[in-house]
Design a binder for this molecule. Structure first.
Ligand code: PBG
Length: 329
């Protein structure tokens, strides 16, 4: 059947018709909003490169979380800015750590019950040098040690689960961390808590604004010895295989827009629930264009989110979660 008997435009003529045949949908319950929690009270400090995103003290974070729950957003991804940093990332696994304290507060609030509380598990916000693991130095040379980092990361995950995290999400990219986390959770009585692995996380320039938000820029070197090379799709599949074998319950792909092909490949290959993280730089670059009037904010935002769902992500971590939930009503 060819033109003129076939006319694909017939199904595009009205919004009702387009709605009927739409293949991909967005809904607020599949959006996750990141929060950056800092010490103090009544702190609400905007991130320069991320309009509308703030460092929030726990009291302010509770209000922000309530707004998210009211909008029907699915969950929150929690990051912490500790009062003090050291070489062992003590603030990451301390019982009274900043995210642990926030989780206990959140768990006390009835209004927040509909939200899935996801704790990002990493050391970079808590180490004095800003790397995601333990640094071993030998003169000018340094290494980010894998196995000693994994021990601290597992301890961090267990501590966050105990404080009330519904899901723990390791974002460090050390080898073997999913298995170590699963063991630590099980031993600590958190056998019901799922691990959402940032299984294929690429070393990306698009994390730049986040490092301002989370105060986690490495003081020397970069993250390329642990995060993946952006050129490697097959290696991403190996990372995912490994994390599934180690016991990951769900996957998080990251960044999103520059890696939609990787999301698609993972969707076709794996049956685990899979999310994608529209990272800070993706948000900042869209906002920069909005500020100049170069892109229509609402349409560009929704199109960017739809592209990630169409690539195969079940849910999306995004700084646009509140704005998109408002549009979706
Ligand atoms: C921690 C972490 C990072 C992000 C999420 N978890 C930063 C990094 O790896 O440098 C980036 C998120 C974003 O850019 O929005 N390791």
């Amino acid at each position: 059947m060819n033109f003129p008997s076939t006319r694909l435009r017939r199904l595009r003529r009205t919004e009702a018709m387009r709605s009927l045949v739409r293949e991909t949908h967005l809904h607020p319950g599949a959006l996750i909003y990141p929060l950056f929690i800092c010490p103090g009270e009544s702190v609400r400090k905007e991130i320069g490169s991320m309009p509308g995103v703030f460092n929030l003290s726990i009291d302010e974070a509770v209000k922000e979380a309530e707004a998210c729950a009211a909008l029907g957003i699915g969950g929150l991804l929690l990051f912490g800015l500790p009062a003090e940093k050291d070489e062992q990332a003590t603030g990451a696994w301390a019982e009274d750590g900043i995210v642990q304290s926030a989780l206990r507060k959140f768990k006390n609030s009835r209004a927040l019950a509909p939200l899935v509380l996801i704790a990002d598990v990493c050391l970079c916000e808590y180490t004095s040098h800003g790397h995601c693991g333990v640094v071993a130095r030998d003169g000018d040379h340094y290494e980010i040690e894998n196995d000693s980092s994994v021990a601290l990361i597992a301890k961090t995950a267990a501590s966050l689960a105990k404080a009330g995290a519904d899901i723990v999400a390791p974002s460090d990219m050390m080898d073997g961390r999913v298995e170590a986390i699963r063991d630590a959770l099980d031993v600590g009585g958190s056998e019901q808590i799922p691990v959402m692995s940032y299984a294929s996380k690429f070393a990306s320039a698009f994390y730049g604004p986040f490092r301002e938000a989370a105060d986690s820029a490495p003081q020397f070197g970069d993250r390329r010895s642990y995060q993946m090379d952006g050129a490697n799709l097959r290696e991403a599949m190996r990372e995912i295989d490994q994390d599934i074998a180690e016991g990951a319950d769900m996957l998080l792909m990251k960044p999103a827009m520059p890696y939609l092909d990787v999301i698609r490949a993972a969707r076709e290959r794996y049956d685990l629930p899979m999310g994608a993280y529209q990272v800070s730089g993706e948000y900042s670059m869209l906002h920069a264009a909005f500020q100049r009037g170069w892109l229509e904010p609402e349409r560009a935002m929704m199109e960017s989110l739809l592209s990630i769902r169409r690539a195969g992500a079940d849910f999306i971590v995004t700084y646009f979660a509140k704005d998109a939930a408002k549009v979706l009503g």
